[in-house]
Design a protein around this ligand. Structure first.
Ligand SMILES: [Ca+2]
Length: 395
């Protein structure tokens, strides 16, 4: 009779063990299945496409940290504590501007007015569609020769234009050479010349240098070169959506980065081609090619030269039909590239136009204008700027 309580105690203990075991299994299943499901719901920006790794390039873009908190809408110049959050200090490699993020209309409306038709709005800018981008820091200016020189001196980096293109083909890059008179504007080889020895430190080829142009944007940099600089500086290239959101400076559905009028009060607002392209460069604003960065007024976010001066590489692959399939949250471009004009040539996006843009030839200095280029190739009118994610640091 005295053993009965012991058997009862054993059953109670066994029951407790089973209960604890069941709870452990339940907690385990919740952790394994529940967290990914929660992440899918709460972090929509983490499920969008990223620029894919190209085996040809051997490059993988590092995913940035996801934002896990609501950000205040702020704009202005760096540095320090913002809304209780410690922002990355970005002064070491040039000042950066906090781009507040938010929703905007990306792309172009169909042309309606005579001015719209003059601007040659391309089909790849349509349809206009709503996009959300998370806040980020962006370089206030294009990367300058001085900044790129610091990178090369620190790392010994050799740009693509300084390497032989193929066996028997010496290094070099394409340089704009004005023609002697009017030429068909669809024959770009009439004004682009491959120059042996042309590179970022010899923009027009041997015999030219950047000694008097250290505050000009670096040129003859490929997408690979831009990415290498960005990684060295602890930054990355902007997505195409980030770039356009930033270029618009808080204005919605305007033709230009500063509004709807090309030259308000007759004042040039960007470094574009003045005169008759490509033979009559009047340089009425005092510049024939690039200008020192920040020579023209900034846009609404305090960014300079988002229109003109030099084209700027973006992280995304280029496809002309991407806007028909673009996701709403932080679009990061298609998984692969397609350019109908050169179907076998992969292309990355370029934005903002350059000193060779004007109404007659290329109006893609507009914030919606899209350009593209082969990732290994830079020219005398292509540069870049970087962005940096906002992260939370312990105070
Ligand atoms: Ca630019």
């Amino acid at each position: 009779m005295r053993r009965q309580p012991l058997r009862n105690n054993s059953r109670v203990a066994l029951g407790k063990l089973r209960l604890i075991g069941a709870l452990c299994i339940l907690v385990g299943l919740t952790l394994v299945l529940g967290i990914p499901a929660w992440q899918r719901i709460s972090e929509p920006d983490t499920i969008q496409q990223r620029p894919s790794t190209s085996s040809r390039e051997g490059i993988t873009l590092t995913p940035e940290p996801s934002l896990r908190f609501p950000m205040p809408v702020l704009s202005g110049e760096v540095i320090g504590t913002l809304g209780g959050l410690q922002a990355w200090s970005a002064t070491r490699y040039g000042p950066m501007v906090l781009i507040p993020g938010g929703e905007f209309w990306m792309g172009s409306d169909p042309p309606i007015t005579e001015l719209d038709h003059q601007l040659h709005i391309n089909a790849d800018e349509m349809p206009v569609h709503r996009v959300y981008v998370a806040p980020f820091w962006m370089d206030r200016t294009e990367v300058t020769n001085a900044q790129f020189q610091a990178f090369v001196q620190a790392t010994g980096y050799v740009t693509d234009a300084e390497k032989p293109i193929a066996e028997g083909i010496p290094p070099g890059s394409s340089v704009f050479r004005p023609t002697r008179g009017p030429v068909p504007l669809n024959e770009h080889l009439r004004w682009w010349k491959f120059v042996e020895g042309a590179c970022w430190k010899h923009p027009e080829g041997p015999g030219s240098d950047i000694a008097q142009r250290m505050d000009h944007p670096v040129v003859h940099v490929s997408w690979n070169d831009a990415l290498a600089y960005a990684r060295w500086a602890g930054k990355r290239l902007p997505t195409e959506a980030e770039w356009e959101f930033a270029a618009r400076g808080g204005l919605h559905r305007q033709r230009f980065c500063w509004g709807n009028e090309f030259m308000p009060d007759g004042k040039p607002m960007a470094r574009t081609f003045q005169g008759r392209f490509p033979y009559d460069n009047t340089a009425t604003d005092g510049f024939r090619t690039t200008a020192p960065v920040a020579s023209y007024p900034p846009n609404g976010f305090g960014l300079y030269d988002m229109a003109g001066n030099v084209w700027e590489w973006c992280a995304d692959w280029y496809r002309p039909d991407y806007y028909e399939m673009s996701p709403f949250y932080n679009p990061r471009g298609p998984d692969s590239s397609f350019d109908p004009n050169e179907p076998t040539m992969p292309k990355r996006v370029q934005r903002g136009g350059s000193f060779l843009c004007n109404f007659a030839y290329c109006s893609r200095f507009r914030p919606a204008g899209r350009g593209k280029g082969e990732p290994f190739t830079g020219t005398s009118h292509v540069g870049f700027r970087c962005v940096k994610p906002i992260v939370m640091e312990p105070r």
